[in-house]
Design a binder for this molecule. Structure first.
Ligand SMILES: [Fe+2]
Length: 410
């Protein structure tokens, strides 16, 4: 039995080591098309330079794994934690978020050397069962930053009048099918993550929620449907909008999703004609809500979405497998293409407790003023999401791959 347990541990350790290698390699593949100048750009305070994402995810392993658990570990550079701590108050002061684009130094090559230094030192910790959960958190954290890296560089390249492509175009098209509605009879649903597998602290505890009968659309709202909303005066009809949303439309002079211009949209492959059948993306919560009102429907709650999402494969659909040009394609299933706005405020579940230690700052402290998004997008590393996953953004934000799936009462 003892020998079997050891073998079992080695199997788990080997799997974690392979996952570590694969996740870290994908981050570096994502920056391979970028010059040092590209990787230093910060186009707005919400976005970060690609180089910063590479270094910050490495700082996470250096700080919470190596510094705290590997005797004799020496920091790669004692000045860098100040640059690459994101928002961990317990880790002390840090470089201001909005000034991350000022970090021309360290150069991209130095950041890659930092990654290799930390990866070498991490080899000694990947077999420690007591650290497996924290390593899993570090990998899930890095996957979140892979998605941000892609959406941030897209925004930065869009700001360039030349409209440069991040990567060569990939042939993509809607998969077709005739989407209908999936009905749910209502009743008591079990929501949130239980089980032993990895999940973020904000996904639990598992608890019961009462649902009224509802239906959830099988497909995401498409570019063609959004075009009809525009043509019928959607952005000029205050009755369709939440008050905050109408103020946002007026103030920011919003008349279309982000990245739209005439019949084209900007993407990782540069400016391209929009596919009418592809899901609409880069819309704010306000836009999603106004469209749903116009369509005689509503946004789902996160609980409705999850109750149906539990019957779908979270690793299916159009999600990120490797570096390249990505865009929503119209896959069926609840996961992939775009994150989907829900009408649920991002709040703690009953009996929620943040994770212990500094990583307790990961999720709980952001539960104010944001909305939950469900599913996964074409920029989400495949295998990262699940039915209980709770993404969250402020209602005006739309530089992520955000879309919508309608719901209605039965
Ligand atoms: Fe982070």
């Amino acid at each position: 039995m003892y020998g079997g347990a050891i073998q079992e541990d080695m199997g788990v350790g080997a799997r974690l080591a392979e996952r570590y290698r694969a996740v870290r390699a994908l981050s570096e593949a994502l920056v391979a098309p970028l010059s040092d100048a590209d990787a230093t750009l910060q186009s707005m305070p919400d976005a970060s330079p690609a180089k910063w994402h590479l270094a910050h995810t490495t700082w996470f392993f250096e700080t919470f794994l190596l510094r705290d658990n590997l005797p004799g570990y020496r920091l790669f550079d004692a000045r860098w934690p100040f640059l690459f701590n994101s928002y961990y108050e317990a880790e002390g002061p840090r470089h201001p978020r909005a000034a991350r684009g000022m970090l021309a130094r360290p150069a991209l090559g130095e950041v890659l050397a930092y990654r290799s230094h930390v990866d070498d030192a991490m080899q000694g910790l990947l077999i420690r069962p007591d650290l497996a959960d924290l390593i899993e958190l570090g990998l899930a954290h890095e996957q979140q930053h892979q998605e941000l890296l892609l959406t941030d560089i897209k925004h930065a390249l869009w700001c360039n009048p030349l409209g440069p492509a991040y990567a060569a175009s990939k042939v993509n098209g809607a998969e077709g099918g005739v989407p209908g509605w999936t009905e749910h009879p209502g009743g008591i649903a079990r929501i949130g993550h239980g089980g032993e597998t990895f999940a973020f602290d904000n996904e639990g505890p598992s608890h019961r929620v009462l649902l009224e009968p509802f239906a959830l659309a099988d497909g995401l709202v498409t570019n063609a449907e959004w075009q009809a909303f525009i043509v019928e005066g959607g952005y000029r009809t205050p009755a369709l909008w939440l008050s905050d949303g109408w103020a946002w439309v007026q103030h920011d002079k919003v008349a279309a999703p982000l990245y739209w211009h005439e019949d084209e949209a900007f993407g990782h492959a540069g400016w391209q004609k929009r596919d009418p059948a592809a899901p609409v993306t880069h819309i704010s919560y306000y836009e999603a809500d106004a469209f749903a009102t116009w369509a005689g429907a509503r946004l789902p709650t996160e609980f409705e979405w999850e109750a149906i999402g539990q019957t779908h494969d979270p690793a299916a659909g159009n999600q990120l497998d490797h570096a390249g040009a990505i865009m929503p394609a119209g896959s069926l299933g609840l996961f992939g293409d775009c994150w989907q706005w829900t009408r649920s405020a991002y709040l703690p579940f009953p009996r929620f407790r943040p994770a212990e230690g500094a990583v307790g700052e990961y999720n709980g402290k952001f539960m104010s003023g944001q909305f939950v998004l469900k599913g996964a997008s074409c920029a989400t590393p495949r295998g990262h999401s699940r039915a209980s996953y709770r993404n969250f953004f402020y209602p005006h934000q739309r530089w992520q791959f955000t879309g919508l799936r309608l719901a209605k009462d039965l």
